[in-house]
Write a protein that binds this ligand. Structure first.
Ligand SMILES: Cc1cc2nc3c(=O)[nH]c(=O)nc-3n(C[C@H](O)[C@H](O)[C@H](O)COP(=O)(O)OP(=O)(O)OC[C@H]3O[C@@H](n4cnc5c(N)ncnc54)[C@H](O)[C@@H]3O)c2cc1C
Length: 329
């Protein structure tokens, strides 16, 4: 029997919506003819409690990986643990969801195991014993690539939100066999790991805010963000920005939206002085509504937005905030 190992991502024992999608991706591989069973891999004893539920998502068995250094997220150590499983179990495939962590762990695992890794797969077009025909996302979502992967073990991540993360009706009532694997890990495996956490803002964050007021080069300076911060506060939202802004040191990188920043999907994205380059657009294109404020009526962002106000953001934003205050008082 050949198994598909599906990395089940978690953060200190907490699963996210995307965690379950690695099992959906594994089910899609199984349906395409790769492997004969699914084994979920849960790393760190803190996540042991998640294991019992995974049968409902298609896992036939669950391996709980333990080691004293696996107390919190540690990309290289997680990757080394997965590489150990590849060597010990010779699986047909190893999969994860294509989140930052999923891709990071599989990058380490495939490098250590010396096998190819295809990240961000959206479709398995065909499968044969030693090769797969895949479609995958490249360049931050701006390109779909059709590729052929030839490997003895297929190491793949499935693009987040493409594969099903729901329980499978046919697995209702099923139980998964539980195993424990004590990882060996090298001395240096856990040299990069999460040791502390800082909450930058309480309550509303850029990734969860319903409204994001975002600024680009057109804001002009760090101080120029004051009207954006003011409007975001009035709307119960968060402030975002483009890469030009973080490059200039006007806002921290944690505020950056885009290919090399955060990917967000608020109800309303207000793009102030942002031209709408593709690398920015991929980070906010899932927004429900987009309002562009720009002096250039021909800017890409203006063309793509549902609403646009052509003019100077430094005049428009204070006027909008003043009007909100007037109506509320
Ligand atoms: C590999 C790679 C990764 C990248 N990743 C990212 C990323 O994650 N996020 C990102 O944002 N970019 C990213 N970039 C950079 C991206 O290509 C653009 O350079 C960047 O998004 C442009 O930022 P901007 O819109 O703020 O600036 P600009 O393109 O210079 O646009 C400024 C806009 O402000 C308008 N404006 C000027 N003054 C005013 C005013 N007073 N009022 C209103 N409007 C005004 C102008 O008309 C213009 O449209 C990446 C690039 C590369 C190559």
């Amino acid at each position: 029997m050949s198994e598909i190992l599906a990395l089940f991502e978690h953060d200190r024992g907490e699963a996210a919506e995307t965690s379950y999608q690695s099992l959906g991706f594994a089910r899609a591989l199984l349906a395409a003819g790769v492997g004969t069973s699914i084994t979920a891999v849960v790393i760190g004893a803190e996540a042991d409690g998640l294991a019992a539920d995974l049968a409902a998502y298609g896992a036939n068995s669950v391996v709980r990986v333990h080691h004293r250094d696996l107390t919190d997220y540690a990309p290289e150590a997680w990757g080394e643990a997965v590489a150990e499983l590849i060597a010990a179990r010779a699986p047909a495939a190893v999969v994860a969801t294509g989140t930052d962590r999923g891709n990071e762990v599989l990058a380490y695992a495939s490098a250590i195991a010396d096998v190819a890794f295809a990240a961000n797969v959206t479709e398995i077009r065909s499968a044969a014993e030693a090769h797969l025909e895949l479609t995958r996302v490249r360049w931050g979502g701006s390109l779909l690539e059709q590729s052929k992967l030839i490997a003895s073990v297929f190491v793949l991540s499935g693009t987040a939100h493409v594969f099903d993360g729901d329980p499978t009706p046919e697995a209702v009532g099923a139980t998964a066999a539980l195993e424990t694997y004590d990882a060996v890990l090298s001395e240096t495996a856990a040299r990069t790991r999460v040791t502390d956490r800082v909450t930058l803002s309480s309550g509303i964050t850029l990734t969860t805010a319903a409204v994001v007021v975002s600024g680009g080069r057109g804001v002009g300076s760090a101080d120029g963000f004051a009207p954006l911060v003011d409007l975001a506060g009035l709307l119960g939202g968060a402030v975002g920005c483009s890469r030009v802004v973080t490059n200039n040191g006007w806002r921290p990188h944690s505020d950056q939206v885009g290919q090399t920043g955060k990917r967000i999907a608020p109800e309303l994205y207000i793009a102030c002085g942002i031209s709408g380059a593709i690398q920015h657009w991929v980070g906010m294109m899932a927004s429900k509504h987009v309002l562009a404020i720009n002096t250039d009526g021909e800017a890409n962002m203006v063309g793509k937005a549902e609403y646009a106000v052509i003019g100077d953001l430094h005049k428009i934003l204070p006027a909008v905030s003043a009007e909100i205050r007037r109506r509320r008082s």
